[in-house]
Design a protein around this ligand. Structure first.
Ligand code: GLU
Length: 376
């Protein structure tokens, strides 16, 4: 099931770690970067959308500042990240430009993704960039957050981004070939794990046996946890060596490479359940009979025109119930407009939104991907 899902995947998150990218501290390995960029370009020509999550800012900053060893103080690591981020995006931009591809810098924190409003904003921006054919390059915003500097080397962030954009595949490129059942350096009989199920309790124990590189913060454990997180929204993860030739293309072709961690559930079911688990109701939209029928029949987005009343006091990105005229809940989802805005645009066709509010975020009140139907 895993490989078939990998071959079918049309939206990928590719995460590149510090030790790999900076050749364990020797500055950005531009030759290696050029090879991945070339492959990402080829994936794009096959119709695959790619978001790149890249570390390496602290390490590149250290090199630019002439620091031989990683400073202990977090604020110095943050300063190095701020310096190095410039070099990181510059290097990616010039590599992608050679293939006629535009790049965009996205700096995120975990808190951004926990806040519903910022979550929706980040989601819309990333989806728009993908639609425009741009390659978003994501890193943690190390100036204001230190989670990845301390623990994760962006592994967790990559898992969160996978959920955020509902990517079908998360590829974590590292300087190791994948995962063994115990540390291969101290156990010559260590077995390589080709495929594992997310949620398998043995996974984390096996991953704890490995070690992280000198520069990167994350080891196998944070990668396994990122894969578990990605699986919650239905994505398969592959942990593979970024030095393997044509690694991304080989993965796209379904070759057995690295360690694959597959979700236990069918992706669509997993995605809807993940969305449902996020849900804490903040308000209600009362739908007319036409809108209820359309939602049930085609699972389409909810438009303002089908809403007759708005209850509660919610903000953009919060969860609302959609009820029929009798008050029965038919769906719930993440709403694109606040309660006040929804009151102004209810019953109106989408093309009136701009005139009514003075701006337009999305044409829909709730996008179909953010909507879970409640079985009647
Ligand atoms: N966001 C950090 C970076 O890009 C994480 C990696 C690290 O701490 O080395 O450098």
């Amino acid at each position: 099931m895993g490989r078939a899902q990998v071959i079918k995947a049309r939206r990928w998150v590719v995460k590149v770690g510090s030790s790999l990218l900076t050749n364990d501290g020797a500055g950005l390995d531009r030759a290696l970067m050029a090879l991945w960029v070339e492959q990402i370009h080829r994936l794009r020509t096959r119709g695959i959308e790619v978001v790149l999550v890249s570390s390496g800012a602290v390490s590149e900053g250290m090199k630019r500042l002439g620091w031989q060893t990683r400073p202990h103080a977090l604020h110095e690591q943050q300063a190095a990240a701020a310096v190095g981020q410039m070099g990181l995006v510059q290097a990616y931009e010039s590599c992608f430009q050679q293939h006629g591809l535009h790049t965009a810098q996205i700096l995120l924190t975990h808190d951004d993704l926990a806040d519903r409003q910022r979550y929706l904003n980040a989601r819309s921006t990333l989806r728009t960039l993908l639609k425009l054919g741009v390659i978003p390059i994501v890193n943690e915003n190390d100036t204001v957050a230190v989670e990845e500097i301390r623990f994760g080397d962006n592994d967790t962030l990559a898992g969160l981004v996978t959920n955020l954009i509902e990517a079908e595949l998360l590829v974590m490129l590292t300087d190791q070939v994948g995962m063994f059942d115990c540390d291969p350096r101290s156990n010559p009989g260590a077995q390589f794990i080709h495929e594992a199920q997310a949620g398998d309790p043995k996974l984390e124990t096996m991953a704890s046996g490995g070690s992280s590189g000198r520069l990167g913060r994350g080891g196998m454990l944070t990668k396994v946890r990122a894969a578990e997180r990605a699986a919650r929204s239905g994505a398969v993860s592959v942990i593979a060596s970024g030095r393997e030739s044509d690694v991304l293309l080989q993965i796209a072709d379904g070759k057995q490479l690295g360690t694959m961690i597959v979700p236990t559930q069918e992706p669509l079911v997993a995605r809807k359940q993940w969305l449902a688990s996020q849900l804490k109701l903040r308000g209600k939209l009362v739908l007319d009979n036409g809108a209820v029928k359309v939602l049930h029949a085609s699972g389409s987005s909810l438009l303002a025109v089908g809403v007759t009343a708005v209850e509660g006091n919610f903000r953009r990105g919060e969860v609302v119930a959609c009820v029929d005229t009798q008050g029965h809940e038919v769906a719930r989802g993440l709403v694109n407009y606040s309660a006040d805005e929804a009151r102004k645009i209810k019953g109106q066709p989408s093309e009136n939104i701009e005139a009514l509010l003075g701006y337009v975020d999305e044409a829909e009140l709730i996008n179909r991907d953010n909507l879970v139907l409640i079985a009647s």
